[in-house]
Design a protein around this ligand. Structure first.
Ligand code: SF4
Length: 328
């Protein structure tokens, strides 16, 4: 059993018919429930539910407060290499882009971690481009050993690994994995990934399973909103997180919501996501999965992030680091 089986169950599901059947009354019925089903969650993702955005936000806030209190945990990403063998159409680091390529030396990594840890941040996410040649396992192992000296919690966001490789990095002190499927729509996935190891849709989809089986403490998954229909990718992100929670109860599961931003090159997201739609998706996710972590990035505007009571519990702090935790 893997999440592929869950995806397969929806192969013939008529999303269009579900959408056409929705009314505001049906959305009100969903919002009155204590627990919602998979298809209730899907209903909350369609534009008709935006007529009840305020009610959705209130419900999401109250669930978030009950499960996580009024605290948001901050973590910061640290890119240690931007070499990449993949051709992801939406990414500035793709191998076809003409950009400056850099890989930090161990001395530079030591220096960066010192700066970041002195800012008060205690959680770090280490990122590389998708190059096994440059960001090899031995380079990663040594880098993580250095980073671990200053951070009690170290996550990775790198290329998909096999099970033994996850075990090796867990033994090195890694306790979190972030890996986004980008889109759960397989034909769309193949249209954006045409050359490189990341083209393997299923190997990537099952990466969280491999890490969980080896005892990864936290796993964060999600889709890159903008690549395919928002409601369908948000729906499958939620189902994926639910599947991981049920299958690996000892792993803490989070969902992230990256949105496509301007980049080097000429990529235009086929399904752009407005701020209002973005808030609707996060609120729906919180109502569906009360106990899952939800992460948003400081790439999102301050205005959007500084809600009196947010529905998410992690913020990915890019650039400016101003403290360990933000309390509301
Ligand atoms: S694998 Fe990662 S770094 Fe490389 S092009 Fe794709 S998204 Fe960018």
């Amino acid at each position: 059993m893997s999440f592929v089986n869950v995806l397969d169950r929806y192969e013939d599901f008529d999303f269009e018919a579900h959408r056409n059947d929705l009314t505001i009354d049906k959305i009100d019925t969903v919002l009155a429930k204590e627990r919602i089903s998979d298809t209730d969650f899907l209903s909350l993702l369609y534009p008709v539910a935006a007529h009840r955005l305020e009610q959705m936000a209130k419900k999401a806030e109250s669930i978030a407060k009950r499960h996580f209190g009024r605290v948001v945990t901050l973590f910061t990403p640290m890119y240690i290499s931007n070499f990449c063998e993949n051709t992801c159409a939406y990414c500035s680091f793709a191998r076809q882009r003409t950009i400056v390529r850099r890989q930090l030396s161990f001395e530079e990594i030591r220096e960066e971690t010192r700066h970041i840890s002195e800012s008060g941040i205690r959680h770090i996410l280490v990122l590389t481009g998708g190059s096994r040649v440059k960001a090899s396992l031995s380079y990663l192992s040594e880098s993580l050993r250095i980073i671990k000296e200053r951070f009690p919690s170290v996550g990775i966001e790198i290329y998909a690994l096999n099970e033994e490789e996850y075990r090796l990095l867990i033994n090195q002190g890694v306790d979190g994995l972030t890996i986004f499927q980008e889109t759960y729509n397989e034909p769309a996935y193949h249209s954006f990934h045409r050359g490189g190891p990341k083209d393997d849709f299923h190997f990537r989809l099952e990466a969280p399973d491999r890490a969980c089986r080896q005892g990864m403490r936290t796993v964060s998954i999600g889709a890159l909103l903008g690549l395919a229909k928002t409601e369908e990718d948000a729906f499958f992100s939620g189902l994926h997180a639910q599947y991981l929670q049920r299958t690996y109860p000892r792993t803490e599961v989070s969902v992230s919501f990256p949105r496509i931003r301007p980049l080097v090159g000429d990529f235009v997201p086929p399904f752009p996501v407005s701020d209002e739609r973005f808030v609707q998706v996060i609120a729906a996710m919180r109502i569906f999965l009360a106990s899952a972590g939800i992460t948003i990035s400081t790439r999102e505007s301050r205005q959007l992030r500084q809600r009196p009571a947010p529905f998410w519990c992690y913020e990915n702090v890019r650039g400016c680091v101003d403290g360990r935790r933000r309390t509301f």
